[in-house]
Design a protein around this ligand. Structure first.
Ligand code: ADP
Ligand code: MG
Length: 850
């Protein structure tokens, strides 16, 4: 069972207000009902029954009221979290079983995480560097529970000062056990040492101040009923300051919200406020500051002596900040029971602190250095276990054997090089071919990804690999994500293969039945050496006689399943995947850490850089004049429109409207074509053919031109609303021009005045390097955006950042490779092996509700 996916679904449903959200295939309740109804066999029988019972409750979900829905979700979360722990613990197999010395009813104890006697002895005294447990009494909690050592896997309510009510609240954050709390990392810290006195504030600085709350008021604006104003006055040793926060929306105008706000921010509380300093008529203030209650008013003065650096935790509604902070303080008593999973040699080699001080230090560090050290260790763990998992997977794949051994030289390739190949290969193409042809001679099936910018010449590399398979007596398959692209490949291949007297066929969704039958037949008999096509290739009736090599172009557009289904049509064939969307190295390692990767990092000679310019709508006339000049020179133009709101309908509308406007109002003297995803493939074909034959001068298109369309005579691309695209995507689009010998141009139309938007687009003006551009995309918009909606599957790191932590990632990958080299089974390090099983499944939860 995919627990992380289920838990994520619960989370998202809660975030969406329990509205039984609709996934791609199922509604939330259906998904839960189905998934829980079929628990997998590794789960113990009594748990399986519990899961099934829970599942059946979801069949009624739609008829439940809000509160019942919420309660059901809480119940589900608890059961899943407990069962997940059991399962994760059970995965490592024999080691787990041996690791547990004392059989305990709690299954988690069997995980090899059970405390060794020496360690649990220190557990009773707080770790150096961690604060003493909070003594604040929690009226709900019976005092007897705080006696005796605290077990990491005990429910939170066994902590001193935390009762069942508090535990229920913490469950909203998916925190159930003491261990959960310890691993609930702060999202930020406030450094009291660096705190600025109110008297010393200077306009323009971004600061954090900490002070006592003198007074506060929360009210709806008399002039605007949607606007809620929250005023407060803070005081520190040096003076006082008046702050205001503004909230828009009906939710905030409610009495309940405002009362709650006042309750949280009661006078006497210690507050941290951060933001930009500006001058107002009341003196200095902070511009709409971030506010954080560090300690509530009713806290005793004693606890204000907490460390100089205070953690700020991610919260959710109904879970107050000091409850989380208080439970962390309480849970830290048990930090000594955390078992170290990294061998000491490794920690010394990479200068990593031990797990106990890292966990203590991430919550309450003594200094910024201590915080950095703690963070480094925990980020390392996140990367290390992912890389260990990926490399382990690769290792297992390499234990796979194939009988398909393909010759790198032979009559067919010689003929191709001598008579057909129309140019000399670039150095980068040569290098990548050496990698590939080397792989093909081994009895380990190849699993290699070729990354190369648009136009870097990946196709020819794939063709040479395919010819190597064919001359060794095998068949090849080339799969592309769209019909347009598949046809383009097919046309090139027919041209080359004809000269070699080799047949090649195209199979797509629109291949006629008779033709389709003929293809199936000749493929199965082995007469047909190469089949090009779309995902039609993975359909059932397609059978190869001797499939030796599978090539998948634009691999990120296919799911893992689809790729696997094509591969399964042979007996362990070699697999070559290609992508023209280079991604930053950190992301590549994270996503493709189990693949071999080659880069084509050089363009064929004679390419002119595409002149890229940002233009505003005011310049539209100039742009159209330029179109006329280029068309007069015989060239052609693309006009590309963005996806509007991810909605295909609007997307379509804007393309149709623009097309009409250009054809009738602006360029009546020229032919304007239209291409979008909703056209039938015959219509698409017609649009592209007309453009290729220069019968249409301007092609208005949605982003479907992004892959495939190859018209060297097109010299200008205008991209409307350029700020709505990711940089990598813009770069990809722009690659449609500049394919001929002429100077080409890319115009990025944007009305945006945002500084950041402009800075982003300027990256494209300055650079043509896909790797650099994707790196910048990552910095500006984060990993999700670089990949766009096309690909998920990036793991959810708690601390690690693919932008900031590249060096730690490199080191972690090294360390993982070294560990596997020393002991491929990891038997030497049982704790590490158990941790791998636990983390790896959690990290690669994947998309929800598919
Ligand atoms: P992509 O990497 O985007 O798939 P293609 O394989 O389509 O790029 O190649 C782009 C263009 O460059 C094609 O027209 C191809 O024939 C040409 N080409 C590829 N390699 C070379 C080379 N070494 N020298 C000159 N032209 C080349
Ligand atoms: Mg290509």
């Amino acid at each position: 069972m995919e627990f992380s996916r289920l838990l994520k679904a619960l989370q998202v449903e809660a975030d969406n207000g329990f509205n039984d959200m609709q996934g791609k295939q199922y509604r939330f309740s259906e998904f839960l009902c189905l998934s829980l109804g079929q628990p997998t066999p590794e789960i113990p029988r009594d748990r399986r029954q519990q899961l099934r019972d829970l599942g059946s409750k979801f069949s009624d979900y739609r008829h439940l009221g809000f509160a019942d829905r919420r309660n059901l979700l809480a119940e589900a979360r608890q059961l899943l979290a407990q069962t997940q722990k059991y399962r994760a613990a059970a995965v490592p197999g024999p080691i787990a079983a041996e690791g547990s010395t004392t059989p305990k009813p709690d299954p988690v104890r069997a995980s090899g995480r059970s405390p060794q006697p020496a360690i649990s002895a220190i557990a009773r005294s707080p770790q150096p560097g961690s604060p003493p447990p909070s003594q604040s009494p929690d009226p709900e909690s019976p005092p007897s529970r705080s006696k005796g050592p605290i077990d990491l896997d005990q429910p939170i309510q066994f902590l001193p000062g935390i009762g069942p009510k508090s535990a229920d609240r913490l469950a909203k954050l998916n925190l159930f056990t003491v261990r959960d709390i310890l691993y609930y990392y702060p999202r930020d810290h406030i450094d009291y040492a660096k705190q600025i006195n109110i008297r010393d504030l200077k306009p323009g600085d971004t600061v954090t101040i900490v002070g006592q709350l003198k007074s506060c008021n929360c009210f709806t604006s008399p002039r605007n009923s949607k606007l809620t104003i929250f005023d407060l006055t803070l005081r520190d040793v040096s003076g006082q300051i008046k702050l205001s926060r503004f909230y828009m929306g009906a939710r905030f105008s409610s009495r309940g919200w405002q009362e709650n706000q006042k309750r949280q921010f009661a006078p006497g509380a210690t507050i941290a406020a951060s933001g930009l300093v500006k001058e107002s008529k009341y003196g200095m203030t902070l511009d709409n500051p971030e506010l954080e209650v560090l300690e509530s008013a009713d806290h005793d003065a004693e606890s204000s002596k907490i460390g100089k650096i205070v953690p700020i935790y991610p919260l959710t509604e109904g879970v107050p900040a000091d409850l989380v902070r208080r439970s962390v303080v309480a849970a830290l008593v048990a930090v000594g029971q955390l078992q170290e999973t990294l061998p000491e040699g490794l920690r010394r080699q990479y200068e990593l602190s031990d797990i106990q001080s890292a966990i203590a230090g991430i919550h309450f560090p003594d200094s910024t250095e201590a915080l950095d050290a703690a963070r480094k260790r925990l980020v390392f763990d996140e990367f290390f276990y992912l890389q260990l998992g990926l490399l382990n997977r690769r290792q297992q794949q390499q234990e796979n054997r194939t009988s398909i051994v393909l010759e790198p030289t032979g009559a067919l390739l010689t003929q191709f090089y001598d008579r057909v190949l129309p140019f000399t290969l670039t150095g980068a193409q040569d290098r990548v071919l050496i990698d590939i042809l080397g792989d093909l001679q081994k009895t380990i099936p190849m699993n290699r990804l070729v990354q190369g910018d648009v136009g870097s010449g990946k196709t020819i590399v794939a063709v040479i690999a395919l010819l190597s398979a064919i001359q060794s007596g095998y068949q090849g398959a080339l799969m592309a994500p769209t019909e347009v692209l598949a046809e383009q490949h097919y046309r090139k291949l027919v041209h080359w293969f004809n000269q070699l007297h080799l047949p090649v066929e195209l199979l797509t969704g629109s291949t006629k039945v008779a033709k389709r039958r003929e293809i199936h037949r000749s493929l199965q008999s082995g007469e047909l050496p190469l089949l090009v096509g779309t995902h039609a290739l993975i359909e059932d009736p397609v059978q190869f006689d001797r499939l030796g090599l599978v090539v998948i172009d634009e691999q990120h557009r296919f799911g893992v399943q689809q790729r696997a289904r094509l591969t399964q049509k042979g007996d362990n064939p070699h697999v070559l995947t290609m992508t023209a969307t280079p991604i930053p190295r950190t992301m590549a390692l994270t996503l493709h850490g189990d693949l071999d990767v080659s880069q084509i990092d050089e363009l064929p000679p004679g390419r002119k850089a595409i002149k890229t310019t940002i233009v505003t709508p005011k310049k539209r006339q100039d742009v159209y004049d330029m179109f006329r000049r280029e068309i007069a020179l015989g060239r052609q133009i693309y006009v590309v429109l963005p996806l509007v709101d991810e909605s295909e309908k609007l997307d379509l509308k804007s393309a149709i409207v623009t097309h009409q406007d250009l054809q009738t109002n602006v360029f009546p003297e020229y032919q304007v074509g239209l291409l979008h995803g909703k056209l039938s493939s015959a219509e698409k074909d017609a649009a592209i053919t007309a453009f290729r034959n220069n019968e249409t001068h301007i092609l208005v298109s949605t982003t479907v031109v992004e892959v495939g369309v190859d018209v060297p005579n097109a010299s200008v691309m205008l991209i409307e609303h350029a700020e709505r695209f990711g940089l990598s995507q813009l770069h990809q689009l722009r690659g449609r021009v500049g394919r001929g010998a002429e100077q080409s141009f890319c115009l990025l139309m944007s009305a945006s005045r945002s500084e950041v938007s402009l800075q982003r687009l300027q990256v494209l003006e300055k650079s043509q390097d896909g790797f650099f551009i994707s790196e910048m995309d990552l910095r500006f918009r984060g990993p999700g955006e670089v990949l766009g909606s096309r690909q998920s599957g990036l793991p959810d790191f708690a601390l690690a950042s693919l932008v900031e932590d590249q060096d730690v990632l490199e080191v972690a990958r090294d360390a993982a490779a070294q560990a596997l080299a020393k002991d491929p089974t990891l038997e030497k390090w049982p704790a590490m092996k158990a941790e791998l099983a636990y983390r790896y499944t959690r990290l690669l939860g994947g998309a929800i509700l598919t």
